[in-house]
Design a protein around this ligand. Structure first.
Ligand SMILES: [Zn+2]
Length: 136
């Protein structure tokens, strides 16, 4: 899980804490960072959710902490892969992604059977977060 930086160096991905407005801490945000020039870039698959979360906080947020892995399926998988200490293995992340998608599809059929539309919408959101990354 790394990409090439504009300066020519490699940017490994790390889970970082993003601080918004000096008040809100968002933990476990996947970010690529370049050790040579200090450039950093939010993992593209999680960007829409990070922007969405910050948008919800508004301009004058209260002091609080979020775990980004509770908001975004990619961050969740990456945190789990990180705990397995194999975070640099793209094959593992891919396998975990596939397993997670299978699990969500199972849950979706349970939610459908229960007629729980709110739950179904939540599962759809999580599935679309994951498929954004799979399509690339
Ligand atoms: Zn660089």
């Amino acid at each position: 899980m790394q990409k090439r930086c504009a300066c020519g160096g490699t940017m490994p991905m790390k889970l970082r804490t993003v601080i918004y407005s000096n008040k809100v801490e968002i933990d476990n945000v996947p970010i690529y960072s370049c050790p040579s020039c200090n450039r950093s870039e939010v993992f593209p698959e999680v960007k829409p959710d990070l922007t969405g979360l910050i948008g919800k906080l508004g301009a004058q947020p209260a002091k609080q902490t979020f775990l980004f892995n509770e908001w975004n399926e990619w961050a969740k998988l990456l945190v789990e892969a990180h705990h397995d200490k194999k975070k640099s293995d793209p094959a593992l992340v891919r396998r975990m992604t596939e397993e997670r998608i299978d699990m969500l599809l199972d849950l979706l059929s349970v939610a459908k059977a229960a007629g729980d539309e709110e739950w179904m919408a939540d599962i759809h959101k999580r599935l679309s977060q994951l498929s954004r990354g799979m399509l690339q």
